[in-house]
Design a protein around this ligand. Structure first.
Ligand code: KG4
Ligand code: ZN
Length: 356
């Protein structure tokens, strides 16, 4: 089936056309187009996403993004009514003003073209980003799976017992991992979003032995919860104490790289340690990584190494780097499995929700 995916839960306006076949037994996806329009320039000065500004940009960008998605896929919009089988749109969780734009565009198209529509959980989308891989490399994904979803808005450990069977077993009590990357980057004078520049800074001193100067919050708390605001504050205090001159942060290139590497390592240590504990405790067959922070090389590598040495029979799935961050192809994919399991809904039933 041909699925139109739409995603506007945060600050990326996304549309994708994805061909899905094979059902639950042999699912295969071909991404015909996957368009993403970011808004970094708008939110840069605030060091985080401003919901109403994001929504306004979605409104402006949605039609050009949709037009490009159809063009890239080689489908004329006037043929969409006969070619599209299903519309999948992120309906929750996310920023309400932003979700409202995507869901209303999707509802309108479903109404106009008389198509079935699915409201998709954004975090499920991040999990299903792992289902896109060259056909010869698709392992038979075996359940139960432990999913670590780390993004700008969420940090969760989700037990996936099968398609559509998810249980959140732990999440952050305060900041999300990506949010911590963004805030620490701002503090160090690096651009937004902070994950990629912090990773780049850290790479400059790759191989250098780190001192472990920052705390690893809740790493051995005995549960599956996370907390990153204390870590961010620890960086803030150290910077204030050692690198603040006349109200301005002054760090040398080497110090910035070192602070970035120390911070990144603290986040990675916590995420890897707790995922391993959860994977062992629940006896899973697969570990799945997802979300924007899942693009982080260090995290991808260290989680993989730990699984290889401590849980050698467990499969490890990481999304293609370009599909770890928000995109609409993953939403189309999640929509496909929902459709197979429960059928679709009418446009009247699709509602945006801020929370899960
Ligand atoms: O999943 P995503 O695109 O959007 C949300 O659903 O929030 O995640 C965005 C987050 C941002 O906080 C960004 O700093 C972080 O993912 N991120 C990274 C990397 N690439 C993006 N964090 C660490 N390392 C990266 N390479
Ligand atoms: Zn996301």
């Amino acid at each position: 089936m041909l699925i139109l995916g739409i995603e506007t839960s945060c600050d990326d306006t996304c549309a994708a056309l994805v061909k899905a076949t094979g059902g639950f037994t042999r699912p295969r996806f071909t991404v015909l187009s996957n368009i993403r329009s970011g808004q970094v320039d708008i939110h840069q000065e605030f060091g985080g996403v401003v919901p109403n500004l994001a929504a306004r940009a979605h409104l402006e960008n949605m039609n050009p993004v949709l037009t490009l998605a159809f063009k890239k896929a080689g489908i004329r919009i006037r043929d969409a009514k006969s070619k599209i089988d299903l519309i999948a749109v992120t309906s929750h969780p996310g920023l309400i003003p932003c979700l409202l734009i995507g869901t209303n565009v999707a509802r309108t198209l479903a109404w106009l073209w008389d198509k079935p529509i699915i409201g998709v959980n954004h975090l499920e989308g991040h999990i299903y980003a792992n289902w896109f891989r060259p056909i010869q490399k698709i392992p038979k994904i075996t359940f139960p799976a432990m999913c670590l979803i780390v993004s700008g808005g969420h940090t969760q450990l989700i037990l996936m017992k099968g398609y559509g069977k998810f249980r959140i077993i732990g999440e952050t009590l305060d900041d999300a991992a990506g949010e911590a990357f963004d805030k620490v980057a701002k503090l160090l004078g690096l651009p937004f979003p902070g994950g990629p520049p912090i990773a780049k800074e850290a790479e400059k001193i790759a191989g250098k032995k780190l001192q472990g100067i920052f705390p690893r919050p809740m790493m051995h708390s005995g549960d599956y919860q996370f907390s990153f605001s204390g870590l961010k504050t620890a960086v803030l205090y150290l910077v204030k104490e050692k690198y603040m001159k006349n109200g301005k942060v002054r760090v040398t290139k080497n110090e910035r790289a070192l602070l970035s590497a120390e911070f990144q390592q603290a986040v990675v240590d916590v995420l890897v340690t707790k995922t391993l504990i959860a994977a062992k405790r629940y006896g899973v067959k697969t570990v799945i990584l997802g979300g924007g922070v899942g693009a982080n090389k260090k995290l991808r590598h260290e989680l993989g190494e730990k699984i290889r040495t401590e849980l050698p029979s467990v499969a490890y799935l990481i999304p293609p780097v370009g599909l770890a961050v928000d995109n609409a192809a993953m939403i189309a994919c999640a929509g496909y499995f929902h459709y197979l399991k429960k059928g679709a809904k009418s446009w009247k039933d699709i509602k945006a929700r801020a929370v899960l």
